[in-house]
Design a protein around this ligand. Structure first.
Ligand code: WT7
Length: 635
């Protein structure tokens, strides 16, 4: 592949410079030389940052699955596209070649078409980490349907909210899922969700656990017999570069989740390019990303990025601790994994275990190890570097977001000297800037500020499904003319970036992006609760844990506090999912608020952390006395 691979540090600087000086020319060449198109674009880029309108490769025609599968068949037909490692290590690994993948996606695409699904229709995929999940996504892309994958840890009402928001016609789910020694009744969750989703006409069910399920006549159908009967061949839908490829929900600082919409061509070019360079992927490598496909990391770097490069990608169904805390290391050894990409929360959990678990395994196949999802703290970085990377495989600390489609800031392995806790340098085409609160750009080095991006890159989300205004307001108005990430960052003396964390009301728990508002909304639905505020506080495994301050209604005051805590968490579990449960709940008589009614989370965060030293200026509070009261109650 030409003009594609960065070879050295001087080459990186050269390419970076080129990409900034003439971004259109830079991406034009990459897109032109590395993908198959039905029709070439007329214009590389059209953008208006003030309106949040960004289009890449205008009027080009393509189908991403031709690029992920068909074009590899002649040279890589018998190469493994997917290695499926089941939850239970006793169950056989599945090896799926590119030819198998072609057949499976073709059949699934034909099944969907036979159900009346076509270009532009939304399909909800609620599946565990099994090959059918990737196959279903690709089958949607094949026929131009827009997939919206919902992480299989989300609750029925979270599923329902997403299906309703984008009006899905069909759901693909399974009878159940395995996670460690647990079995989860996914179909039951879908049944519950669909009570409020009239748009759904059909539910296709994959058999995974063999658990008993209720099949609703006329609506629910097992997918296996349909796949068996379906032909393989089909004509892929011809997609415009800006047609939607998928919608993926991410939580925001206000109630409703945001359906980030990614389009076909830009996302394809960007994920393929970044996968190749950030993981230094070579033809016979075995690449493994442990994220769930229900998150953007899985979309971009388990499914699309690797397959676009003709890579072998591992799909792992289980959890790091099952059956024992060496499952990750065992799988790396078993499949001779060369690139391993995981999250700081997993690293911290595994670092708590004896190092014998990792030392027991031969990890010498590893060439690159990656981190994603939240800032990686110094201790975790060193543990990962020493024990997993064995001080020879560089860590790529990759910073990006659901909204960005692909990695924006990351070291390039064997090229960029790493620095613990630093995501280091922007990839070519990415122009980060730090801004102060008065909207001035902060130039120079050894500075901190709000992290913005000055210029579009092909992978950026195009809109929030059904709410372009919200897209514009959330990302393009705080710093006019720029994309605002919501993160704070530091730029060191050599220009390396370190992400310091969110500057808005989003809390990252175990790498999951959780907005405070939706969680507070569900707490407030409890009949005994008047009002609530949640903040994050440092947690040694999860990065952050949630701390809730809850004001009870008079009617709730006589109730047993521990029971109330359980009920509140139960409610959150049902409405959002277990990941959003609160670690601590403190009942309070009031919350510190500004005169405009905004909760001063800064103060609550300090209390949650147990840091009572300096609350800063609290004179602007409507009720400064409450701070003392909450503090004393905590003590
Ligand atoms: C937020 C985006 C990127 C896919 C997974 C999360 C935080 C992500 C890093 C990193 C420091 C990071 C940011 C970002 N984040 N990667 N390497 N270092 N922080 O996607 O759920 O959209 O969350 O995750 O705060 O804004 P997401």
């Amino acid at each position: 592949m030409k003009n594609y691979v960065i070879e050295s540090l001087p080459d990186y600087f050269k390419q970076y410079k080129k990409s900034i000086k003439n971004p259109k020319k830079f991406w034009d060449k990459i897109a032109d030389e590395n993908f198959v198109w039905y029709q070439r674009w007329e214009k590389v880029l059209k953008h208006d940052m003030s309106e949040a309108k960004i289009e890449w490769f205008l009027n080009a025609k393509l189908n991403i699955t031709k690029n992920c599968i068909d074009r590899h068949l002649s040279s890589r037909g018998s190469k493994h596209a997917i290695i499926f490692e089941p939850n239970n290590p006793e169950e056989a690994t599945q090896y799926i070649t590119y030819q198998d993948l072609y057949d499976r996606v073709g059949k699934m695409a034909n099944v969907l078409r036979a159900q009346g699904i076509g270009k532009g229709d939304r399909v909800c995929i609620y599946l565990p980490m099994i090959p059918e999940l990737a196959v279903a996504m690709l089958a949607c892309a094949r026929i131009g349907a827009i997939h919206t994958v919902v992480f299989a840890g989300f609750s029925a009402s979270a599923v329902a909210a997403r299906i309703t928001d984008c009006d899905c016609k069909l759901v693909i789910t399974s009878d159940g899922s395995y996670r460690g020694d647990k079995k989860i009744d996914l179909k039951g969750i879908v049944d519950e969700a669909l009570k409020t989703c009239p748009s759904i006409g059909k539910v296709l069910v994959v058999k995974r656990t063999g658990s008993a399920v209720t099949m609703q006549e006329g609506r629910d159908e097992w997918i296996a017999p349909l796949l068996d009967a379906a032909p393989v061949d089909n004509i892929p839908e011809i997609m415009d570069s800006e047609d939607p490829l998928f919608i993926l929900y991410t939580s925001g600082s206000t109630g409703k989740p945001k359906g980030m919409m990614h389009s076909c061509a830009g996302y394809m070019v960007y994920t393929a390019y970044t996968f190749k360079n950030v993981f230094n992927y070579k033809e016979n490598d075995i690449y493994w990303c442990t994220a769930d496909i229900g998150w953007i990391t899985g979309h971009s770097y388990i499914v699309y990025g690797p397959l676009l490069n003709g890579a072998t990608t591992v799909i792992f169904e289980g959890v790091p601790s099952y059956p024992q805390p060496d499952r990750f290391w065992e799988v790396i050894e078993k499949h001779k994994v060369t690139q391993f990409y995981t999250a700081p929360t997993a690293i911290r959990a595994l670092a708590k275990e004896s190092t014998e678990w990792v030392e027991k395994h031969d990890l010498s196949s590893l060439k690159v190890i990656g981190s994603v999802g939240e800032p990686i703290n110094d201790e975790a970085w060193h543990w990962y570097n020493d024990h997993v990377g064995r001080k020879t495989s560089p860590i790529v600390d990759t910073w990006w977001q659901t909204e960005t489609g692909g990695i924006l800031i990351s070291p390039l392995p064997y090229i960029t000297p790493t620095k613990p806790t630093y995501a280091t340098l922007p990839l070519p085409g990415v122009q980060p800037v730090l801004m102060d609160d008065k909207r001035n750009e902060i130039t120079g080095n050894q500075v901190t500020g709000n992290l913005c991006i000055r210029f579009p890159w092909p992978g950026i989300a195009r809109t929030i499904w059904g709410d372009h205004q919200r897209y514009k307001e959330t990302y393009f108005t705080a710093f006019p003319g720029k994309y605002f990430t919501g993160d704070g960052a530091l730029r060191d003396e050599v220009g390396y970036y370190r992400i310091t964390g969110r500057v808005d009301d989003v809390i990252i728990v175990s790498g999951h992006n959780l907005g405070t508002a939706p969680i507070e909304d569900s707490i407030n639905e409890h009949p005994a609760v008047a009002e609530s505020a949640i903040v994050g506080y440092p947690h040694d495994i999860k990065g952050n844990a949630l701390y809730g301050f809850v004001i009870l209604k008079e009617s709730g005051e006589g109730r047993d506090r521990d029971n109330l805590r359980k009920e509140i968490n139960q409610l959150i579990s049902e409405q959002i999912g277990p990941i959003a449960k609160l670690d601590k709940i403190q009942f309070v008589s009031g919350l510190p608020k500004t005169r405009s009614g905004k909760i001063m989370r800064r103060i609550l965060r300090k209390i949650a952390e147990g840091d009572f030293s300096n609350f800063g200026d609290i004179s602007t509070l409507l009720n400064p006395e409450i701070v003392e009261e909450i503090k004393n109650e905590k003590l």
